[in-house]
Design a protein around this ligand. Structure first.
Ligand code: ATP
Length: 335
C-alpha cells in the first residue's frame, strides 16, 4: 500500500500548461477517482505516478519518497488501460505468466499465483482460452490479473471500462469495488464519467483545465459543491442554475429537489417558487424527468410521479434548505 502526493506540480506540452501548480494527496488504501471533462489532465496525472510522463516542475512522492528518478518498473505501481493491452496469441495463463517469467519467478510459484489471482477475478475456468474466445469483461479481467500478479502497492486505471457495453460496465464497477475491498490497495482510477466516479470512489478529485475543482467524498461533492463547475458536472441531469437579479449571483437546485404542483402551493411552504410550462417529459419507469420553461430559464425536474404532460402549466417550488447560491466568482456561498 502507498500514498501519493503531488506538490506544486506543473506540466507543459509545447509551452502549453496542461497541469498548473497542483497539490494533491491520494490516501493510502483508498479508491480515488480522477474525473473531469476530456482534456482536463487526468491521464497526464496518472502517467506521472506511473513514471511514463515526467512532470515539468514540482514533486511527485510515493509513500513519501520523491520518485522523479525512479524508473516505472521500480515504483510498485501497475497500470490497467482502456484497451486491455493483452497479447492476442497467448492464452489467459500465458498472458498472466509473461511478467512473472520475466521476473524469474519459479514455475511452481507462478502456477500457484496465477491460479489464486484468477480465482479472485473470476477467470479460473478460462485459463487455457485465447483472448479472442473471451467476452469484453473477461478480457478486462485478464488485464486486471496481469496487473495483480505484480503485487503493486498502487493500481492505476485509465478508463478501464469504457470499451464495455453499459450492462457489463455496471457489473464490472461492482467487481472493482469488491476487488479493492479484498486487496486493500491504493486505487487511482481515471474516468470522464461522473456516474462511475460517484459509484466507485472513496474520494473524487474533480478536475477542469489542469486544476482541481474539488476533492471530496461523493456525498460531499454532490451536496456541497464548491463552485458552479462542480455543481453542473456532477449529477444527472445536472444542477439547475438560475440568475438572481443583476448582481451576477446565481442560485441552483438539484432536479430531484423541485416540487411540481397544479395549484399555487401555500405561501412560505417553499422558498423559491415560479410558474412554467412543461416542454419535455421523459418517463423512465421509476421516475419521470420534466423540462420546464419559466421565462428565460429552463429547469429539469426529476419526479417519482408521472403526473404531468407536455404543454401543461405547473408551479415549481424548492425548499429553502435545498437551494445553493453562487457569487460572481462562481464559488458557492455558504448558506
Ligand atoms: P481524456 O478524458 O480525453 O483522456 P484527459 O483529462 O485524460 O482527457 P490528458 O490526456 O491528460 O487529458 O491531456 C491533457 C491535455 O494535455 C490535453 O489538452 C491534451 O491535448 C494535452 N496533451 C496530452 N499529451 C500530450 C502530448 N504528448 N503532446 C501535447 N499535448 C498533449
Amino acid at each position: 500500500m502507498a500514498s501519493i502526493q503531488f506538490v506544486d506540480v506543473s506540466k507543459t506540452f509545447d509551452k502549453q500548461a496542461v497541469i498548473r501548480d497542483l497539490n494533491l494527496t491520494i490516501e493510502d488504501g483508498k479508491f480515488t477517482v480522477l474525473v473531469g471533462p476530456s482534456g482536463c489532465g487526468k491521464t497526464t496525472l496518472l502517467r506521472m505516478i506511473a513514471g511514463i510522463g515526467p512532470h515539468t516542475s514540482g514533486r511527485v512522492l510515493i509513500d513519501g519518497k520523491d520518485v522523479s528518478r525512479i524508473p516505472p518498473g521500480q515504483r510498485g505501481v501497475a497500470m490497467v488501460f482502456q484497451n486491455y493491452a493483452i497479447y492476442p496469441t497467448m492464452s489467459v495463463r500465458e498472458n498472466i505468466e509473461f511478467g512473472l517469467k520475466n521476473n524469474k519467478v519459479p514455475k511452481a510459484e507462478r502456477k500457484r499465483l496465477i491460479e489464486s489471482i484468477c480465482e479472485t477475478v473470476g477467470l479460473a475456468e478460462y485459463l487455457d482460452r485465447k483472448p479472442s474466445d473471451l467476452s469484453g469483461g473477461q478480457r478486462q479481467r485478464v488485464a486486471l490479473a496481469r496487473a495483480m500478479v505484480k503485487k503493486p502497492s498502487v493500481f492505476l486505471m485509465d478508463e478501464p471500462l469504457s470499451n464495455l457495453d453499459a450492462k457489463l460496465r455496471v457489473q464490472m464497477r461492482i467487481e472493482l469495488i469488491e476487488l479493492h475491498k479484498k486487496l486493500g490497495t491504493t486505487f487511482v482510477y481515471v474516468t470522464h464519467d461522473q456516474v462511475e466516479a460517484m459509484s466507485m470512489a472513496d474520494t473524487i478529485v474533480l478536475m477542469n483545465k489542469g486544476e482541481i475543482q474539488q476533492e471530496a467524498a461523493p456525498e460531499a461533492i454532490y451536496h456541497q459543491p464548491n463552485n458552479l463547475f462542480t455543481a453542473q458536472f456532477i449529477g444527472v441531469p445536472p444542477m439547475n442554475i438560475g440568475e438572481l437579479g443583476t448582481e451576477g449571483a446565481r442560485f441552483g437546485f438539484r432536479p430531484e429537489h423541485a416540487v411540481l404542483s397544479r395549484q399555487l402551493p401555500p405561501e412560505s411552504a417553499l422558498h423559491y417558487q415560479t410558474r412554467g410550462t412543461i416542454i419535455t417529459r421523459e418517463m423512465l419507469g421509476s421516475e419521470t424527468i420534466y423540462q420546464i420553461r419559466s421565462g428565460s430559464d429552463s429547469f429539469m425536474v426529476k419526479s417519482a410521479e408521472d403526473l404531468y404532460r407536455v404543454d401543461e402549466e405547473v408551479f415549481l417550488g424548492v425548499d429553502a434548505s435545498k437551494l445553493h447560491f453562487f457569487g460572481g466568482d462562481e464559488r458557492r456561498l455558504e448558506s
